[in-house]
Design a protein around this ligand. Structure first.
Ligand SMILES: [Zn+2]
Ligand SMILES: [Zn+2]
Length: 654
């Protein structure tokens, strides 16, 4: 056995090291700074402790705070540190699980009926800081199942004992830092030293193993950072995020509501919300028309037979509303549609098609129903009835690239009009090692994957590739945006499909007069109107761009003497196609301004004696205060130009 091993670094270079070298040694051989910042190491795809010896040739990556896996190790280690603090403060506390999550970590704990207060969380935080300062090492140790059972039986921790029961002897490891020992697979960062700025954020109840028949534990959420500045920034953004929460703004701006009688996850759009929604969908419809989409309208239900052919029934039963069975014997009945595709396929199948007609793009704002679990419902991001900006494109294989370009162009236009500046897409490809998992011709897959890559590159869309993430029926492109607070949101998708055209035996007549199979593309780039509007509200904090604001202008007369003039201004603006309110309440103008500011109306027009005499308006802009006093026609021109520039269109005639 050679006592040297080959280590391949992320840049492809290969270095030789003694067998048994550790991640920390390798980091130190690269630079002192890297050794200082290293948190964990990825060895042949597996994240490990830096101190573990490497015994064979490997491809490695040193993980720091800048890598998601580095952060995860940091946060999971912080969960152990919190557990150590809890044990010091509340002897006898029992522990469930304590993973890292997207932002921070949690630990589920049994405090024997004790309720924690905000002051308690602060005490725990202080204890964590005190323990972190001891710079205890996270020591990994393999233990026998027997030893593991004895240790946790001795502590009386039935949760850990239950977890151990499912583990295989020989694969069980403990991690210890200071006096605290946990059952854990790891990996962990080298020591508690860098966990200098922990913050415990909130408490929740969590059933043991997610089972409501089991005991309810206390879930303590926290986050931690190596630097004070990062913690401060995070807390600041968290505060901003709270103010922008679309559920809160949806209520304050009177956009949507929920009724327990109608049912959870079924939003009711209030007038202002409905105007917002209509304005957005009309804009999308116009953009789609320009790009060659054809509108179709299909019903909200379909026969079970349709979904048996499509494969949506009975396989996805648990995520659908139950079928309406009309004949118990034959099982014949209807289903609320979980997807629009089968209906659109029937539109395509209505008559024969020639290759010259393709691509055919059927678009519909189609409302679908899915039975999401009650626990997952919250605001507009997860709902049980939603309207997709759906379309299905039937095309020839050689048209795939142009179709993707067309969709990307539409998406970028709309995101631009909504002031999203930061977006990218994920290309989901098949796993080349497991080609048998996928339907469709091998060469077609290669061609399509390449077409998607090229389409994105030619449209200047930044992409990441995810190998093995394609659906069994085709590769896809998923859009993601970052909002004004830098939070990433998944939007909709463009999905190639070789499966449904096969199942429904769709054809077109080719140049050779023979029948050919069209490729189908499902595309809903914004996902659903509900979710997209939820994201949009949080992005702009309820300050919608002028073109989209439910009320664009409010006219505020200074006293009842000018009510008629205010009404006259309101009518003129409405005639110009603008959405306007006239606030005729018998209140002081200051009060009316404040209330319009709260409603985030982009423009306020204050009118009194001087304005009436000169046919002018005194303009105030939301958040910016008083502007100039201008003639009404000038104001209308100005507003129209602003809308046109937001939509990147020519201004409409006044
Ligand atoms: Zn652990
Ligand atoms: Zn579809």
């Amino acid at each position: 056995m050679a006592d040297q091993i080959k280590i391949t670094l992320p840049d492809g270079s290969v270095k030789e090291f003694d067998r048994g070298v550790t991640g920390l040694d390798i980091a130190a051989s690269i630079s002192e700074g890297l050794a200082r910042n290293a948190l964990a190491i990825k060895v042949n795809g597996e994240v490990r402790d830096l101190s573990r010896p490497i015994e064979e040739d490997a491809r490695i990556q040193i993980l720091t705070w800048n890598d998601p896996e580095g952060k995860a190790a940091f946060w999971h280690s912080s969960a152990h540190l919190m557990a150590e603090a809890l044990e010091a403060l509340y002897p006898g506390v029992k522990f469930g699980i304590g993973p890292a999550i997207e932002n921070g970590f949690y630990y589920d704990v049994d405090l024997g009926g004790r309720k924690l207060s905000t002051e308690d969380l602060e005490r725990i935080e202080e204890k964590m800081k005190e323990l972190a300062a001891k710079e205890s090492r996270f020591e990994r140790r393999t233990v026998s199942k027997q030893e593991a059972i004895e240790y946790f039986a001795g502590k009386g921790d039935e949760y850990k004992l239950e977890l151990i029961r499912d583990l295989e002897d020989g694969n069980i490891t403990f991690y210890q830092q200071g006096n605290f020992i946990d059952l854990c697979r790891g990996p962990h960062i080298p020591s508690t030293a860098p966990i200098r700025y922990p913050k415990l954020l909130s408490l929740a109840g969590a059933y043991w193993r997610g089972d409501e028949k089991r005991p309810q534990l206390t879930r303590i959420y926290g986050i931690s950072f190596p630097k004070r500045k990062e913690l401060d920034e995070y807390l600041h953004n968290l505060e901003l995020a709270k103010q922008r929460d679309h559920r809160k703004l949806g209520r304050e701006l009177e956009l949507f509501t929920f009724s327990p009688l109608v049912g959870p996850g079924l939003p009711l759009w209030l007038p202002k919300g409905a105007i917002l929604r209509d304005t957005l969908s009309n804009f999308l419809k116009e953009e789609q028309m320009e790009r060659g989409y054809l509108p179709v309208v299909t019903p909200h239900i379909g026969r079970l037979e349709l979904y048996k052919i499509s494969g949506h029934y009975p396989y996805y039963k648990e995520s659908q509303f139950p079928a309406m069975i009309e004949d118990e014997e034959t099982g014949e009945g209807y289903l609320l549609k979980p997807m629009n595709c089968p209906h659109h396929i029937q539109v395509y199948a209505d008559k024969p098609h020639s290759y010259r007609e393709l691509p055919i793009r059927y678009a519909e704002f189609g409302t679908v129903y899915r039975y999401e679990q009650t626990g997952e419902l919250g605001g507009l991001t997860r709902v049980r009835g939603f309207t997709q900006d759906d379309a299905h494109i039937f095309c020839r294989p050689d048209q795939v690239k142009d179709e993707f370009k067309n969709v990307i162009d539409l998406t970028l236009t709309v995101l631009g009009a909504l002031e999203f500046r930061d977006f990218k897409a994920q290309v989901s490809l098949r796993d080349p090692e497991n080609k048998e998992k996928y339907v469709g011709d091998d060469a077609l897959w290669d061609e399509a994957e390449q077409a998607i890559r090229e389409a994105a590159a030619e449209m200047g869309l930044e992409t990441v590739e995810a190998v093995g993430e394609a659906a069994f029926y085709g590769p896809k492109l998923d859009f993601m945006v970052k909002d004004a607070l830098g939070r990433a949101w998944q939007l909709g998708t463009v999905q190639l499909d070789y499966n449904l055209p096969e199942r429904f035996d769709l054809t077109y007549i080719g140049e050779d007069n023979q029948k050919h199979r069209p490729v189908m593309i499902h595309r809903a780039p914004f996902g659903s109107l509900e979710r997209f509007i939820g994201v949009l509200i949080e992005h702009c904090g309820g300050n919608f761009p002028l073109w989209l604001a439910p009320v664009q202008i409010v006219v505020l007369p200074i006293g009842q003497d000018y009510a008629d003039y205010a009404k006259h201004i309101g009518e003129r603006l409405m005639d110009a196609g603008l959405r306007v309110d006239v606030d005729l309440r018998n209140e002081k103008v200051g009060y009316k301004i404040r209330s319009a500011e709260m409603q985030k109306v982009p423009y306020m027009l204050v009118v009194g004696k001087k304005e009436q005499e000169n046919e002018t308006v005194a303009v105030r802009k939301h958040g910016e205060g008083a502007q100039d006093t201008v003639g009404l026609n000038d104001f209308i021109q100005h507003v129209k130009a602003e809308i046109a520039s937001q939509l990147r269109r020519e201004p409409l005639e006044a």
